[in-house]
Design a protein around this ligand. Structure first.
Ligand code: 3HC
Length: 313
């Protein structure tokens, strides 16, 4: 018992001294499990997150918009691969992690279970969803687990482009015809509250935050990041003349933040539990893509085995 106690104390001392934990370092099993949970869900979110936007690649309003959206969706695929690789450094198998997604066992971000109804949704997703993701992911560039922190550096650079292109779509529509302005406002109305839910439950209800903060997996809490996102995004909406759909939203001089209305946590948990507008469609699409991609995996594995034989000969 003392041996493990000492190891845990040395581990926490490393965390407190701001040293990165690397794959070959001793770590508490709970630390490893917490990271596998979070990083795998993050990776699943990137991959499922391609679906709402992929829906508009063939319907983008111009070749320029199509090229930008294609680049963004390809980036998300790369982010998923980065994060699945970071997960594997913790001793998980890629096949098992992906099987957990395909079977419906694994979580991914609730936000991707909402439909992209108009082109303005693609703007709202880039602006709000990637904007919220950046808030969280910039913090994760300082997470205590080395591979995760390093994966975040590259991802954040690309995420900034994702947020800017979304905001540009919204600003162009907001300056357009009456119908375009209404389309942009309608998309903001539909994506605002689900974007706030991306940061997770309130701190008081967060199952993992306290331990994740002690281990510096998280540097800021769900509520702190959500507040930062609101404070920044309200001003961006004002600049392009769109209205945040929250009648309780009000600048609070004494706190230096916006007060905002109650989040519908029943909706959040309902979507997390699988009853959102698109949960079923998302899993079906992922399973179909996985089945249709089986020949690529088989060919790649066959090639790798052949190469190994040749090198060994
Ligand atoms: N959707 C689904 N499940 C969620 C959720 C959400 N928005 N927010 C929280 N949860 C789940 C948690 O996974 C946890 O369930 P579990 O125990 O089964 O894993 C439970 O709700 C309790 O939440 P906690 O706050 O205790 O969980 P965490 O400490 O993990 O905090 C988090 C939640 C802030 C999302 C954290 O997991 C995190 O920072 N994850 C990494 C970033 C991430 O995954 N972002 C999602 C979007 S990625 C993205 O948008 C890509 C971009 O390119 C578009």
């Amino acid at each position: 018992m003392t041996e493990v106690k000492n190891l845990e104390e040395m581990f926490q001392a490393k965390i407190d001294a701001e040293q990165k934990i690397e794959p070959k370092d001793w770590m508490p099993e709970e630390y490893r499990k917490n990271l596998v949970r979070q990083i795998s869900q993050h990776a699943h979110s990137e991959v499922v997150g391609m679906l709402p936007e992929g829906n508009w690649i063939s319907r983008a309003p111009s070749l320029r918009r199509k090229a930008i959206l294609l680049a963004k969706v390809q980036d998300e695929a790369g982010h998923g691969l980065y994060l699945y690789s970071a997960c594997e450094t913790l001793g998980t198998s890629r096949e098992k992690t992906i099987e957990d997604l395909l079977s419906g066992k694994a979580k991914y971000s609730s936000i991707f279970n909402y439909p992209t109804i108009t082109w303005a949704d693609i703007g709202a997703v880039g602006w709000l969803v990637d904007g919220a993701a950046i808030m969280n992911q910039v913090m994760l560039t300082r997470t205590s687990y080395g591979p995760y922190a390093r994966a975040m550096v590259r991802i954040c650079k690309e995420e900034s482009f994702h947020q800017r292109q979304g905001y540009e779509i919204m600003s162009v529509l907001a300056k357009g015809t009456k119908e375009q302005q209404q389309m942009a406002q309608d998309a903001l109305d539909r994506w605002w509250w689900p974007s706030l839910m991306m940061f997770g439950p309130n701190d008081a209800e967060s199952a993992h935050s306290a331990q994740s903060m002690t281990w510096k997996i998280k540097r800021e809490s769900n509520d702190e990041l959500r507040q930062k996102f609101i404070d920044r995004t309200v001003q961006q909406a004002e600049v392009i003349g769109l209205r945040i759909p929250d009648s309780d939203l009000k600048w609070n001089e004494s706190t230096g933040h916006y007060d905002f209305g109650p989040i519908d946590w029943d909706e959040f948990w309902n979507v997390v539990k699988g009853n959102g507008p698109c949960n079923k469609a998302r899993l079906e699409a992922r399973n179909k893509a996985h089945d249709e991609g089986a020949w690529v995996r088989e060919a790649a594995l066959a090639y790798a085995a052949k190469r190994k034989e040749r090198v060994a000969a």
